[in-house]
Design a protein around this ligand. Sequence first.
Ligand code: SF4
Ligand code: SF4
Length: 201
Amino acid sequence: MQLTNRSKVVSNKDQSFLEKIYLPAIIKGMATTFSHLFKKRPTIMYPEQQREIAPVYRGQHVLKRDENGAERCTSCGMCAVACPAEAITMESAERKKGEEHLYREEKYAKTYEINMLRCIFCGLCEEACPKEAIFLTDRIVSSDFERDGFIYGKDKLVEKIDQRIDVSKRQTPEVLEFKKKPGLKHNTVFDKSKIGSGKAH
Ligand code: SF4
Ligand code: SF4
């Protein structure tokens, strides 16, 4: 019984003389190969040459500081829960008196690690974060010879106080508007003068 009309009868006819010597087939194959010599190469000489990437490219993460240099992350774990690759781990600690200039909230991440070999750069950690503490950036994760080198800790993730990373392109107009609203705890900036000689680092 024929279920579809897609079946084909296999031809079993004898090969012609030209088919037997394979010459036309070889010439056809070589012509295809040589035609690629004159086409534009899709490869580039990385890292000397770099491709243009989208402004919202999802690359290496940054843990942001607030306007006064205090770490925004409060170690709530929302990013780790949202991460489909289970790439994020952290250890919390309680902020001590006098550390207000270092950590924005009462609880902070004593350690924070992202396994870049697990990460699929989906950006869900960024979306889950209620403190606008983690963002993906346009930086490319470096290659390494050791697997350990891909576990990024706070030393690589927290932005340097004097080398801030602009993430405004990743923030929606709604979030930027929300940040302008005075009175919301989320927008409160720590007043350094209240702790005397405290210095952000
Ligand atoms: S980008 Fe995605 S996979 Fe990578 S750490 Fe964030 S949530 Fe996990
Ligand atoms: S980065 Fe954001 S979501 Fe993750 S632990 Fe810190 S505050 Fe919470």
